[in-house]
Design a binder for this molecule. Structure first.
Ligand code: IPE
Ligand code: IPE
Ligand code: MG
Length: 228
């Protein structure tokens, strides 16, 4: 169904796990569990249809404000997910990369993140980027400090070269699930000219077919980048 104008970089704010679970009389954590399965489906689908970069917002710098038990569950889920996913990345030739301030995570989580990044560096079908303890304001602030530390001028190019996403093209298509219509501190710099798409579907129910529909809608949009 998709022929041309495929977005090179899709970014998704995966939202609605908690509400999906609550509406089914389940604990919020059941929503996260189901959400992790959808991460795999959507990632494999994107690699299959020829998307080059898929960035998924998995844990924000503000998500530490959640109840301790939920944060702990998310950390364990992430570790387990990466552990299991190694094979899947390699099987699908997917490179894994993390963005965000990883130094706040436990050493065991940092270790598995680094391991999977290293083991998949040579994979070429697609890059899946997980935003972990990620916040755009934090990322931009860290980038500016890195520029200052090297005594370079503060220019757009120098800031960009020091973002966690250095070398990755800007976001073409930004999707948020769950009906919320906000950015929540995600890829502010990189989404300057992204096409936005908001769906009411909760993340645990998001399906590759819906993604295909969104991508075909993207193909019909006229991007002007300030021109005419
Ligand atoms: C998104 O779902 C997952 C994370 C932010 C980790 P939520 O947990 O925010 O689900 P809702 O928004 O409360 O339904
Ligand atoms: C954004 O979702 C963060 C992630 C999806 C990881 P939130 O559920 O944390 O965002 P808000 O609080 O509704 O803005
Ligand atoms: Mg939410």
């Amino acid at each position: 169904m998709i022929s041309q104008t495929l977005p090179e970089h899709i970014a998704i704010i995966m939202d609605g796990n908690g509400r999906w679970a609550k509406e089914r009389g389940l604990k919020r954590t059941a929503g996260h569990e189901q959400g992790a399965k959808v991460v795999r489906d959507i990632t494999e689908h994107c690699a299959k249809i020829g998307i080059d970069y898929l960035t998924l917002y998995a844990f924000s710098t503000e998500n530490w404000n959640r109840p301790k038990l939920e944060v702990e569950f998310l950390m364990k889920l992430l570790e387990r997910y990466l552990q299991n996913e190694k094979e899947i990345y390699l099987k699908n030739n997917i490179r894994f990369k993390a963005i965000g301030d990883l130094s706040k995570f436990s050493l065991s989580l940092q270790k598995i993140i680094n391991e999977v990044q290293t083991q998949t560096t040579a994979c070429t079908a697609m890059t899946q980027i997980l935003a972990l303890n990620y916040g755009s304001r934090d990322e931009i602030t860290r980038a500016v400090n890195k520029v200052i530390a090297t005594n370079k001028q503060i220019t757009q190019e120098n800031i960009e070269a020091n973002l966690d996403t250095a070398g990755i093209p800007d976001v073409d298509l930004l999707i948020r699930t769950s009906g919320e219509v906000r950015i929540s501190n995600f890829l502010l710099w990189q989404s300057a000219y992204a096409e936005m798409f908001f769906t009411n579907t909760y993340w645990p129910e998001f399906h590759p077919n819906e993604l295909d529909d969104i991508i075909s809608d993207f193909g019909k949009r006229q991007r002007r980048f300030g021109g005419v």
